[in-house]
Design a protein around this ligand. Structure first.
Ligand code: KG4
Ligand code: ZN
Length: 345
């Protein structure tokens, strides 16, 4: 068979935080996507790094086996192993990187260390059974996750320019920390989203930060929320339970307004046809709705990945590994886990 037209089977491994995940691709088409969530952290109100790495060690082998089985391939069919090299929790990353590199060595195939944030962005290019459009380059992308909030100009899989980012908390943290104040379990983002659906977004006003350019700040909003709840609970001990829908709707609306204001500015300033949101918070129903409204007004095309590819998964690492491999990129065995990896690394 002609080497150039041969199908590329990629196994992908992601273990940067609290989900152990594996995926298998045939070129850009996903064949299997397995995620083992670590419920153990919910009782602590956030991810406990030491527990996360131990859980990864337990989960990684069964998760990889399951992905290969679901893809209906054999180990010997794999051409490429993609893995998350950072950013993330160092102990968690070390489990995935060591496993992936050892497996590549055993199978004698190339491996490629993928930046988790590049993975979130390129999740927009995963092909599955649904007929979905993919964005055309260059496009504006906002990454909103538990650790990052960035506005980017994406010109190719390799050429991604950061236009602005958060100076303190990420959008996901703004959701999770508010949920914690209200006594809701971690991660709080999806729970706030659920309550917000039946609440009044105008009922409680929250301050809008005044940050220049494309940068963000969520720490003022977080503090305002904390004081607001503390003061209201002083008057009425049942304030949270009695008003949970309106509190969540108002708080979520403020986060969405902050995000969309910057995204709108970038979409207007740069000559792009498409505007995308990626990362865990891009699953938020209020944010998706506002993106549609904004794009309709600006005559741009809105993009986001299906829900299963928004929060951490190995599918986004697999598509990125495949796309970078097509650009001639591979990693050598000296590539190591890096907790603070930036998009330029
Ligand atoms: O991308 P991700 O899975 O992990 C990181 O790379 O950080 O993002 C996790 C974040 C959490 O903060 C979680 O609360 C948030 O995404 N999230 C949501 C929703 N689903 C997940 N936030 C708001 N609304 C949602 N529906
Ligand atoms: Zn992530």
């Amino acid at each position: 068979m002609n080497k150039l037209t041969e199908d590329i089977y990629t196994l992908a491994i992601e273990s940067s935080c609290d989900d152990t995940a594996a995926a298998v691709f045939c070129n850009n088409k996903i064949l299997a996507n397995v995620v083992a969530n670590q419920d153990i952290h919910a009782q602590y109100g956030g991810v406990v790094p030491e527990l996360a790495s131990r859980e990864h060690q337990k989960n990684i082998l069964p998760v990889v086996h399951e992905a290969i089985e679901k893809a209906n391939i054999e180990r010997k069919d794999i051409h490429l192993i993609a893995y998350t090299k950072g950013p993330g929790l160092l102990g968690s990353l070390l489990v995935g990187t060591s496993f992936a590199k050892s497996m590549a060595l055993a199978l004698q195939v190339p491996s490629i260390g993928v930046n988790h944030m590049r993975g979130h962005i390129l999740s927009l290019f995963i092909k599955d059974d649904d007929e979905r459009d993919t964005p055309t380059y260059p496009f504006i992308c906002m990454t909103v996750s538990g650790g990052h909030t960035q506005i980017l100009l994406v010109s190719s899989p390799l050429d991604i320019k950061i236009l602005g980012e958060t100076r303190d908390d990420a959008a996901g943290e703004a959701f999770d920390k508010a949920a914690k104040v209200m006594g809701l379990p971690y991660p709080g983002g999806p729970i706030i989203d659920k309550y917000a659906k039946s609440g009044d977004p105008q009922r409680f006003p929250f301050p809008h930060p005044n940050i220049p350019n494309y940068d963000f700040s969520f720490s003022g909003l977080k503090t305002a929320f904390l004081y607001f709840i503390r003061d209201e609970v002083k008057f009425n001990a049942n304030f949270i339970e009695e008003n949970i829908e309106d509190i969540c709707a108002s708080y979520q609306q403020k986060i969405v307004d902050i995000l969309i204001a910057k995204l709108r500015r970038a979409a207007k300033e740069y000559d792009v046809e498409c505007v995308a949101i990626v990362g865990g918070v891009s699953a938020n129903s209020g944010l998706r709705k506002s993106l549609h409204t904004m794009c309709e007004k600006l005559r741009k095309k809105p993009f986001y990945a299906p829900l299963e590819y928004c929060t951490d998964n190995a599918a986004m690492i697999g598509i990125t590994g495949y796309l970078l491999h097509q650009e001639g990129v591979t990693s050598d065995m000296s590539t190591t886990a890096s907790a603070r990896l930036t998009l330029d690394d």
